[in-house]
Design a binder for this molecule. Structure first.
Ligand code: 0WD
Ligand code: CA
Length: 419
């Protein structure tokens, strides 16, 4: 039975008056200088196989294997600098960075993402009912706890603490960064303090669940196109060829685990990475793949820059992925044109346009949200869960649950920290 202890009016320890109850998300409150964000460093990686089984290694990592135009392999990166996506012709297909390589296969005309869509068994989808919470991340953490020793602290197990303020999925932080600019979708984030670390795990909102269950066939088809694009653009070894005859299986994934810092907050999070290109140390060699509708009208261009590029920037920036390769497709799922965006250049690229977004606002808001969490989430007990909720137009609020079904750290994980 859910026992709601307090509804957003908890006393903040040591303050002696009602604590901070809510956090504003209006962008005006978060302008100013960009907070310091440390370059993310990869701590390790893990893989989820076709059955969604965890492996403590990089076996599901894929390698960038784009088609090439067949002309000059030393062409300059196809970074969008002048705005519009431009005329898309097959000959225009650019994969961007020559340093990240590619095969000499000629550009064979548009990539047909619809291949397999109507074939039984060609699309295997992850079970959305199964709530995995932070299970895969703590599986990785439990195997690598010695990495979290402070300088001078004996790395021999068991370490009493991870010496880290926050542990979460990258995707959750992407939502936090997008919050000052989000107008449609709210979120819920559960947080629990255990051994000095705040673990954050998303809880699907009612609206999101409804939307997922009502998703139209057309929307599902477009999701399929996105995964099919990943297959067309990657191989299972460096220099290999893509195999687009295989079924698309969304259970499969390669995740990197990184450590970084936003102002005064140390963070460890995991995120799914589409592929690797070249020899630079990760995450600098990782590439994010996206598909998007070809830009034809000014309205479509505005939507791409105002909403999609904001999310794409936040997602890749957080985890230190420097390049986003986008396949621009038509309404029948044919990619005519590829474009590489350099993650760090995106804010400047849109910054000169009207009614856009500001990366500093997103990072300042994230910093404020993490500080809010530190003020509120003070009971170090894995059975106590603070559920933070946000709906567009409102403030972030929270409720506290004790011994409820909101509890999300696995018992086996908690058990490992017993003295
Ligand atoms: O339990 C949940 N509701 C969640 C599970 C919420 C968030 C993430 N996850 C899981 C995903 O299944 C995946 O294994 O975490 C992993 C990805 O974590 P992330 O990198 O922190 O998530 P995010 O940045 O939102 O997504 C990265 C990629 C997506 O690529 P695009 O290009 O669409 O951003 O992870 C995949 C997807 O390829 N992904 C999913 N695939 C199938 N079903 C899902 C999903 N629900 N969410 C992310
Ligand atoms: Ca992707």
């Amino acid at each position: 039975v859910d026992k709601v202890v307090v509804v957003g009016v908890e006393e903040v320890a040591g303050v002696g008056e009602p604590g901070v109850r809510s956090l504003s998300t209006a962008p005006e409150g978060y302008t100013g200088a960009c907070p310091n964000y440390r370059q993310p460093a990869e701590l390790g990686c893990f893989s989820l196989d076709s059955q969604r089984t965890f492996h403590d290694d990089g076996r599901l990592l894929r390698y960038f294997a784009p088609p090439r135009g067949g002309d000059d392999p030393r062409e300059t990166p196809g970074v969008e600098t002048n705005g519009g996506a431009g005329a898309a012709t097959a000959g225009d297909c650019r994969t961007g960075d020559p340093a990240i390589g590619g095969r000499s296969r000629g550009w064979q005309g548009p990539i047909d993402l619809d291949v397999g869509w109507s074939v039984p068994g060609a699309y295997i989808q992850m079970d959305a009912q199964r709530a995995e919470r932070l299970d895969h991340i703590v599986s990785w953490l439990s195997r690598h706890r010695s990495r979290f020793a402070l300088p001078g602290q004996a790395a021999s197990l068991p370490l009493p603490s991870l010496n880290t303020d926050f542990v979460t999925w990258r995707g959750h932080l992407t939502k936090v960064l997008g919050t000052p600019y989000e107008r449609r979708e709210g979120w819920q984030l559960a947080a629990t303090l255990f051994r000095g670390t705040r673990y954050m795990s998303e809880v699907e909102t009612e609206a999101a669940r409804r939307e997922r269950e009502m998703r139209s066939l057309r929307q599902k088809q477009m999701c399929y196109w996105g995964y099919k694009f990943e297959q067309y653009m990657t191989a299972d070894r460096p220099g290999g060829e893509p195999d687009v005859s295989r079924p698309v299986n969304t259970n499969e994934g390669f995740c990197t685990v990184v450590r970084t810092r936003l102002a005064g907050h140390s963070l460890v999070f995991a995120g799914e990475v589409d592929c690797r290109a070249g020899e630079r140390p990760p995450p600098s060699s990782y590439v994010e793949l996206k598909t998007s509708r070809e830009v034809v009208t000014p309205g479509q261009r505005f939507t791409l820059h105002r909403f999609k590029l904001m999310k794409w920037w936040a997602q890749s920036f957080l985890i230190g992925v420097p390049r986003i390769v986008v396949g621009f497709r038509d309404d029948s799922g044919h990619v005519q044109h590829l474009q590489t965006y350099e993650t760090l250049k995106i804010p400047k690229m849109v910054g000169s346009e009207e009614k856009m977004w500001n990366a500093a606002v997103s990072l300042n808001f994230c910093e404020a949200f993490l500080s809010f969490l530190k003020e509120v989430v003070t009971r170090d007990d894995p059975k106590v869960v603070y559920l933070f909720s946000w709906e567009p137009g409102a403030d972030v609020t929270y409720r506290v649950y004790e011994n409820s079904e909101q509890t999300f750290l696995p018992d086996w994980y908690i058990e490992q920290f017993r003295d």
